[in-house]
Design a protein. Structure first.
Length: 173
């Protein structure tokens, strides 16, 4: 089975585990699972030859946006887990679809662990993030917002290439 198929199966399994939406920690888990699924599916839909596509020379390529998302997930989620950010530099160092997809899948496993350990009890625990003390829930909400922002970039790139983005796909699977 190819990597994208594995990613899709993992994503479907993750989405099947519905978070408790009555809890403070449930909403960011739900949002992040959905946006992660869209990002992974966007990566699958974009052909290899289009990973270098930039609608303007001043912006990141499609592949660089995926790398940026992956790098940022390490930045946000490592401190929540009490781990050092490995700073993999995916945006700057990985150029092919295969390299980017493997690294993105790894970062999403780390991201999943960070969201999985978030509970209502731990949501207000503070950690050092971005040079300040912040609560875990706030850091992960910022992560979700950041991923949604860049999913929006991916949507524009897909549409420019005539590809329906996952969030608009009438037949997502």
């Amino acid at each position: 089975m190819k990597l994208p198929g594995v990613l899709l199966m993992v994503t479907c399994a993750a989405l099947a585990q519905a978070p408790d939406l009555k809890s403070a920690s449930g909403y960011p888990k739900m949002v992040q699972k959905q946006v992660a699924a869209w990002i992974e599916r966007a990566a699958e839909k974009m052909p290899e030859e289009e990973y270098a596509f930039k609608p303007d020379p001043a912006v990141r390529s499609f592949g660089q946006i995926l790398g940026h998302i992956a790098d940022a997930n390490y930045l946000f989620c490592s401190p929540v887990l009490g781990e050092n950010n490995p700073s993999p530099g995916i945006e700057k160092n990985k150029t092919t679809k295969a390299e980017t997809d493997v690294r993105t899948a790894r970062c999403f496993r780390l991201r999943s662990r960070a969201y999985d350990v978030l509970t209502d009890a731990s949501a207000n625990e503070t950690i050092k993030a971005f040079g300040k003390e912040r609560n875990k829930l706030g850091v992960l909400w910022f992560n979700s917002s950041h991923n949604l922002e860049h999913y929006g970039n991916l949507v524009v790139y897909l549409r420019t290439k005539g590809i329906v983005p996952p969030s608009s796909d009438r037949n997502p699977l």
